[in-house]
Design a protein around this ligand. Structure first.
Ligand SMILES: NC(=O)c1ccc[n+]([C@@H]2O[C@H](COP(=O)([O-])OP(=O)(O)OC[C@H]3O[C@@H](n4cnc5c(N)ncnc54)[C@H](OP(=O)(O)O)[C@@H]3O)[C@@H](O)[C@H]2O)c1
Length: 279
């Protein structure tokens, strides 16, 4: 197979999300043999597995190899140089929560390496950034948050706590609102309702609110459980019967699904045309 039809993937992080991502990568590589996905680098903060000649690491046994590896991970700039020199398209998958890694995104992007995560500095090289799983597992919440920021105030801090100088101060004063919240909850219950903390984006009014709101028990928001996230779109088409997106807002498999979906976009046929031109 021509090198230009290969995608070299470096994976940083092999925790809950990283392990699920590898399983999904293996499944995808089996289902879709082209373009050929080559796992060429995998690391935790302490160990790494890679070959200087980009020899393929078996996805199935990558975790075992990582477990027994005595190789120290490359410094991030070296990982970027290693990937940038790979003979094909390259994707860096960040399954860590490391700020150090995130700080290096601009460098990676400027070297034409696409990233499964945040969003900056892509114009010169044409490298892509996808970040579906940065928040709320696989749900596409980051783009919605961007809308929140673009369309107005998004403060989550109660008015009375806005003067707090630091986190400790905030947490100390927070318990002073327990009675108020209990009373609000009890009043809602008496009226056959529940309270939920919701964000509301009113696009025509160019206004954003984040607040506690009462909902009838029959409302979809009232039915959320555990780590569920729910997003309800009231639009021209979905007016009286809104479009509802609901699902797990946490969990390794659900989060890795978002990372995998972004990676699939990165290696879509249109992108691989660009990759062949590069190769
Ligand atoms: N799990 C979820 O439900 C969920 C949902 C939404 C978003 N997320 C986000 O997804 C990310 C990963 O979550 P997780 O649950 O998989 O975390 P985790 O289980 O703590 O795993 C993190 C992994 O990253 C590695 N790591 C840390 N710094 C690194 C570095 N500089 N270079 C290479 N590897 C590094 C860790 O290695 P060591 O073990 O050596 O430290 C570990 O393998 C986090 O940002 C999290 O906020 C998770």
């Amino acid at each position: 197979m021509a090198a230009a039809n290969r995608v070299f993937i470096a994976v940083l992080g092999a925790g809950g999300v990283g392990k699920s991502f590898l399983r999904q990568l293996q499944a995808h590589a089996t289902r879709r043999p082209s373009p050929k996905l080559t796992l060429c680098y995998i690391s935790t903060s302490k160990k790494a597995v890679f070959h200087v000649d980009y020899f393929r690491i078996s996805i199935n046994t990558a975790l075992d190899a990582l477990g027994t590896s005595t190789t120290t991970p490359l410094e991030l700039p070296q990982v970027i140089e290693y990937l940038a020199a790979a003979p094909g398209k390259t994707v860096l998958v960040d399954n860590t929560s490391s700020q150090d890694v995130a700080n290096k995104y601009p460098v990676a992007l400027s070297r034409g390496i696409s990233i499964n995560d945040i969003f900056i500095a892509t114009t010169v090289s044409g490298a892509k950034v996808y970040h579906k799983s940065s928040v709320s597992a696989g749900l596409p919440l980051v783009s919605t948050l961007k809308d929140l920021i673009d369309t107005g105030d998004k403060s989550l801090i109660p008015e009375e706590l806005k003067t707090c100088t630091n986190g400790d101060d905030f947490l100390e004063k927070l318990s002073g609102f327990n009675t108020q919240i209990e009373e609000t909850k009890a009043a809602a219950e008496q009226a056959g309702k529940v309270i939920r903390f919701v964000g509301i984006i009113n696009v025509p009014a160019n206004a954003v609110k984040v607040r506690l709101q009462e909902f009838d028990r029959s409302h979809p928001i009232a039915a959320t459980k555990g780590s569920d996230n729910i997003i309800i779109f009231h639009t021209k088409r979905y007016g009286s019967n809104p479009l509802i997106m609901q699902g797990a807002g946490a969990g390794g498999d659900a989060t890795a699904m978002g990372v995998t979906a972004d990676r699939i976009k990165l290696i879509s046929p249109q992108e691989c045309v660009r990759c062949r031109r590069k190769g």
